[in-house]
Design a protein around this ligand. Structure first.
Ligand SMILES: Nc1ncnc2c1ncn2[C@@H]1O[C@H](COP(=O)(O)OP(=O)(O)OP(=O)(O)O)[C@@H](O)[C@H]1O
Ligand SMILES: [Mg+2]
Length: 341
């Protein structure tokens, strides 16, 4: 396996999805970090419970692997309601959505992952469903077509997106609350890892955990994956799961000190070498690394900004002096904009 796999923020195999399922926190109390969002969700769910109604619709926004699916499951669990899972790419026609909506039981939580990828026609149907728990079904074709209203059971929609900016306003406005998930800080990641190690019955020392926490791209999914690679390493080589074992295992998988993945590195290397540190426009960057601008903007850039390797300026993305230093590239004199570090 290459580094492209171990530090990718998306799930890398079926086995990993099973593993993730087993490690998922089941309640808000068990969910580590995202303190703000947790408090907001708690209030929303408690208020709904007091009034005996379904909770308002919730939009979860943020990069992959930060816990959107986990939170959707927690919303259903905490409200003691069943959960129906679907996704934008699976809803290619209004009819696909009508089938799901009309079969919901009262209070059910409907999770639509990647909601920004849903078909336009379905989106329009969803507006009415979210607002009035009603849809209009078209019967017949051409001049004889009529629309038949259909009442739905009240439900709570939980949408997840890595691109909240791509949602049309009318859809975004119909969510009672948008939770913006942030990258986790190191103490939080240590907690995620501590919990996972405990569940895996794997004893690893605190310094080892801290080392993984600093190299997992602020992402629980990656933290848990690296933990498993360290466990493999100790299993094969024997000895304790200590700082030295963690370093050796991560070195084997080419995980650098910042935990950058393949795409992060490709973006940085192109910015530093081909564009002398920038400024570079988003689309130019995307074309240069052969990725969609959407992925660069929603997955790669937020992390690189967060760890201080790039800054966003009105003229484009600019690499910071730390970026030159991290990649061991000579900083071309005078290429930085004044005021940008
Ligand atoms: N706050 C957390 N505490 C503990 N574990 C977490 C937390 N958030 C996520 N995880 C773990 O990280 C893994 C990935 O989380 P999840 O599948 O919810 O991410 P996601 O945001 O839905 O990602 P994607 O956008 O790729 O679907 C899960 O195995 C989960 O156990
Ligand atoms: Mg998910």
């Amino acid at each position: 396996m290459s580094n492209a796999d171990v530090t990718a923020p998306e799930p890398i195999s079926e086995a990993e999805l099973v593993f993730e399922g087993a490690l998922r926190p089941r309640s808000l109390d068990e969910f580590v970090g995202q303190t703000k969002v947790r408090g907001q969700l708690q209030l929303l769910l408690q208020a709904a419970a007091i009034q005996g109604r379904t909770a308002d619709h919730i939009l979860l926004a943020g990069p992959p692997g930060l816990g959107k699916t986990t939170l959707a499951m927690i919303v259903a669990h905490e409200s003691n309601k069943p959960l129906r899972m679907s996704s934008g790419p699976a809803i290619q026609h209004a009819g696909d959505l009508a089938a799901v909506l009309s079969s919901l039981v009262p209070g059910e939580v409907l999770f639509i992952d990647e909601i920004h990828r849903m078909a336009r026609s379905a989106e329009e149907m969803l507006y009415l469903a979210m607002e009035d728990f009603r849809i209009d079904i078209m019967v017949g074709k051409g001049a004889g077509a009529t629309s038949v209203p259909l009442d739905l059971a009240p439900f709570t929609l939980v949408g997840a997106t890595t691109r909240s900016g791509m949602l049309p306003n009318p859809l975004r406005d119909r969510f009672g609350f948008t939770a913006h998930l942030e990258f986790y800080d190191e103490p939080e990641l240590e907690q995620v890892l501590f919990r996972a190690a405990h569940m895996l019955d794997f004893s690893i020392d605190r310094r080892g955990l801290a080392e993984i926490a600093g190299r997992c791209r602020g992402t629980p999914r990656i933290a848990n994956r690296l933990l498993r690679r360290v466990r493999d390493y100790v299993l094969v080589h024997g000895g304790d799961a200590d700082l030295a074992a963690v370093r050796a295992a991560l070195a084997l998988y080419d995980v650098d000190e910042l935990g950058l993945d393949r795409l992060d590195r490709a973006v940085m290397e192109i910015m530093l070498t081909r564009f002398g540190g920038g400024p570079v426009g988003l689309n130019t960057l995307a074309v240069s690394v052969g990725e969609e601008a959407e992925t660069i903007e929603s997955v790669v850039e937020p992390f690189l900004v967060r760890i201080g390797l790039i800054t966003r300026t009105p003229r484009g993305r600019v690499a910071t002096p730390q970026a030159f230093e991290h990649f061991g590239i000579q900083h071309p004199q005078g290429s930085l904009l004044p005021g940008v570090l």
